[in-house]
Design a protein around this ligand. Structure first.
Ligand code: SF4
Length: 210
């Protein structure tokens, strides 16, 4: 049995912390396969140079939300799955695991973007059951820090060429057409608030011009 699986079996979560959330887009086609409920979590200590979301670095920012209610909202939105990005999901592993598990239980897929590499997350999972739980509830993981010297030019949704896609379940298949379709950017204006998401390098350029 893999260490992560061992840790997960022994893990019980009596009190679930709230998730600190920076931004939500309830239905996007620019953050993973199909229509997705995207949750940008607040807080990231990795702080890659050129990150397009520096406003999400501060772990004390954002708004606290209940993971189960986010999963229910995603289900109500009628999407294919949930995408967790940020910010760094594995710096709030317990709440993110709760959200991912609840989403899975409602039939939704789970995609996670992390600045940590999978090997490091698996090492943490051996001693942190909440990290093991989040990995176990993830269908597709994109790992590694953003490297602005190596912008990704071919793969959809990926910021830099060092980042890898890990298909951790059979839910998504690497050869599916959605992975080779052109990147897209979505721009939304709600009242006075402008949000931009999608293709990382284009989003970063647009954010700088706001
Ligand atoms: S890991 Fe992601 S959110 Fe964190 S600094 Fe790097 S690009 Fe930004």
């Amino acid at each position: 049995m893999r260490p992560a699986a061992r840790a997960r079996r022994a893990y019980h979560r009596p009190i679930v912390p709230a998730l600190r959330v920076a931004q939500i887009v309830a239905d996007t086609e620019a953050e993973g396969p199909g229509h997705r409920y995207a949750v940008w979590v607040q807080g990231c200590s990795i702080r890659c140079a050129g990150c397009c979301n520096p406003q999400m670095f501060d772990a004390a920012g954002g708004e606290e939300m209940a993971p189960a209610s986010l999963a229910a909202a995603a289900h109500a939105a009628g999407v294919e799955g949930v995408t967790l990005l940020g910010g760094e999901p594995f710096e709030q592993p317990e709440a993110c695991a709760e959200l991912a598990e609840a989403a899975r239980a409602l039939g939704l897929g789970v995609m996670v973007f992390s600045g940590y590499e999978l090997a490091a997350l698996e090492a943490r999972a051996a001693r942190e059951p909440e990290v093991a739980a989040l990995l176990a509830a993830t269908d597709l993981l994109v790992d590694g820090p953003f490297d602005r010297a190596r912008p990704e030019r071919a793969r959809r949704w990926i910021g830099s060429s060092n980042q890898r896609m890990h298909f951790l379940s059979a839910r998504y298949a690497e050869g599916a057409p959605c992975f080779t379709a052109p990147n897209t950017v979505e721009i939304r204006l709600r009242r006075t608030e402008l949000s931009i998401n999608g293709w990382p390098s284009a989003s970063a350029r647009l954010e700088r011009r706001r």
